[in-house]
Design a protein around this ligand. Structure first.
Ligand code: NDP
Ligand code: GDR
Length: 341
C-alpha cells in the first residue's frame, strides 16, 4: 500500500516541491488548504493534479482533527506558517497563533486521532510528524557554524514562535513517545520563492531592470549573511528524517554563508548588469532586530541520513534570474500569476 502523507502549507514554496517529491516516491499526497477564495489553492489544483485536498486551518483545532481523521496519514509534514519575518512584528499575536500554537494544534490532532493518552505510544501504527523548524531560532548566535546543539536566541516574533513549536515537538516525542521530529532548515530558495523574500525580490528586480521595466531596486541591510540552498534539495531531507530508524532533529543547510551584498552581485552579474547603478539603500527596510550571520553545520544530516545539497549558491541565483527573465518576458505578472515556474 502507498504511504499516505498530509502536508500543511501545500500552497507555499516547500509544499509544492515536497508534494512533487512524495508523489515521485509513490506516496498518496494530501494537502491542507484554507480560505474561501484563496487563489493559491486554484494553483495547487492546476499544478499538482495528483494531490488531494482537505480543508483545515492551523488556527482551528477541530478542523485539524477532522483532517487527520479523514486522511488517516502515515506521515504529517507541518509546513504551514506565517513565514515572512518582518510580518511577524506587525502581526505578532497572529504569528504566535499560526506559527507557534498551530504546531500544538497539529500535534494534538495526531495525538487524539491516534488514541494516545498519557501513556507512551506504541511504535507500530504511529503517525510520523515533521515540524518545519528554522535557523531563525538561532538568531543572535555566539558560535558558528550552527548545529543541533547550538543554543537558541531568536530575534523576531517569528523566531520565538518557531522555537516554541520546536520545543513542543521535542516534548511530544519525549512525553508520548511520538515519532515527531524537527528539521532546522536554513534559508532555501527557488524560482517558486515568494516575492517578498530577499532572493526572489532581487532576482525579480534584476529581471525587471534587464527587460527595461524598472531602473532601481530598493533593499535594506546588505551586510546580513545567510546560508542559502535550493528548496528542491531541502524537501528530500524532510522525507529522509521521517524514514530514519529513530526520531531525531537535524540541521539542514549548505555550510556556506554569503552576504546579501554578495547575493546582489551574483544576481546582477548573472544578467550582465552592474548592481551599483541600480540598487538603492532604503533604511525603512531594516528590521527592528536583525540576525547578522547564519551558517549551517549539516554534518549530522550528512552522516546519519546521507543528505547532501546539490545546487551551489551561484547556480541557484542564476537559475532564479533566468526563470524570472523568462517569466517577465512572456508577459507574466508574478504578483498575479497563479502558475509555478
Ligand atoms: P511559504 O510562506 O511559501 O508558505 C507558507 C504556507 O503556510 C502557505 O501554504 C500558507 O497557506 C500556509 N499557511 C499560512 N497560514 C496558515 C494557517 N492559518 N493554516 C494553515 N496554513 C497556513 O513558506 P515556505 O514554503 O518557504 O516554508 C515552509 C515552512 O518552512 C514554513 O513553516 C517556514 O516557516 C519554514 N521554513 C522555511 C524556510 C525557507 O527558507 N523557505 C527555512 C526554514 C523554515 P495559504 O495559501 O493558505 O496562506
Ligand atoms: P529571512 O529571509 O528573514 O532570513 O527568513 P529574507 O529573505 O526575508 O531576509 C534575508 C536577509 O535579507 C535582508 N534584507 C532583506 N530582506 C527582505 N525580505 N527584503 C529586503 O528588501 C531586504 N534587504 C535586506 C534581511 O534583513 C535578512 O537579513 C527566511 C524565511 O523563509 C523564514 O520563514 C525562514 O525560517 C528563514 O528564512 C530561515
Amino acid at each position: 500500500m502507498a504511504r499516505r502523507a498530509l502536508i500543511t502549507g501545500i500552497t507555499g514554496q516547500d509544499g509544492s516541491y515536497l508534494a512533487e517529491h512524495l508523489l515521485e516516491q509513490g506516496y498518496e499526497v494530501w494537502g491542507l488548504v484554507r480560505g474561501q477564495a484563496n487563489p493559491r489553492v486554484s494553483r495547487v489544483r492546476r499544478q499538482l493534479r495528483d494531490v488531494r485536498l482537505v480543508r483545515g486551518d492551523l488556527l482551528d483545532q477541530g478542523s485539524l482533527i477532522s483532517a487527520v481523521e479523514r486522511v488517516a496519514p502515515d506521515e504529517v509534514y507541518n509546513l504551514g506558517a506565517i513565514s515572512f519575518v518582518p510580518m511577524s512584528w506587525e502581526q505578532a499575536e497572529l504569528t504566535a497563533e499560526v506559527t507557534g500554537m498551530g504546531v500544538l494544534r497539529m500535534l494534538e490532532a495526531i495525538r487524539v486521532c491516534s488514541g494516545i493518552t498519557s501513556s507512551r505510544a506504541t511504535a507500530s501504527g504511529q503517525i510520523r510528524f515533521y515540524q518545519a523548524s528554522s535557523s531563525e531560532m538561532f538568531g543572535q548566535v555566539r558560535e558558528t557554524p550552527q548545529n543541533e546543539l547550538t543554543p537558541f536566541h531568536p530575534r523576531s516574533p517569528y523566531g520565538v514562535a518557531k522555537a516554541y513549536g520546536h520545543f513542543l515537538t521535542q516534548n511530544y516525542r519525549e512525553s508520548y513517545g511520538m515519532f515527531a521530529v524537527s528539521g532546522i532548515l536554513f534559508n532555501h530558495e527557488s524560482p517558486r520563492r515568494g516575492a517578498e523574500f530577499v532572493t526572489r525580490k532581487i532576482t525579480l528586480g534584476v529581471a525587471r531592470i534587464k527587460l527595461g521595466q524598472a531602473t532601481e531596486l530598493r533593499l535594506g541591510n546588505l551586510d546580513a549573511r545567510r546560508d542559502w540552498g535550493y528548496a528542491g534539495d531541502y524537501v528530500r531531507a524532510m522525507r529522509m528524517m521521517l524514514q530514519a530508524p529513530t526520531p531525531e532533529d537535524y540541521v539542514i543547510g549548505t555550510g556556506r554563508t554569503h552576504s546579501v551584498r554578495e547575493l546582489v552581485e551574483a544576481a546582477f552579474t548573472a544578467a550582465d548588469l552592474d548592481w551599483e547603478r541600480h540598487v538603492v539603500l532604503d533604511p525603512t527596510l531594516h528590521r527592528p532586530a536583525e540576525v547578522d550571520l547564519l551558517c549551517a553545520d549539516p554534518k549530522k544530516a550528512r552522516t546519519q541520513l546521507g543528505w547532501e545539497p546539490s545546487v551551489p549558491f551561484e547556480d541557484l541565483i542564476a537559475m532564479m534570474v533566468d526563470s524570472d527573465i523568462h517569466l517577465l518576458s512572456t508577459g507574466t505578472d508574478p504578483d498575479q500569476d497563479s502558475s509555478w515556474p
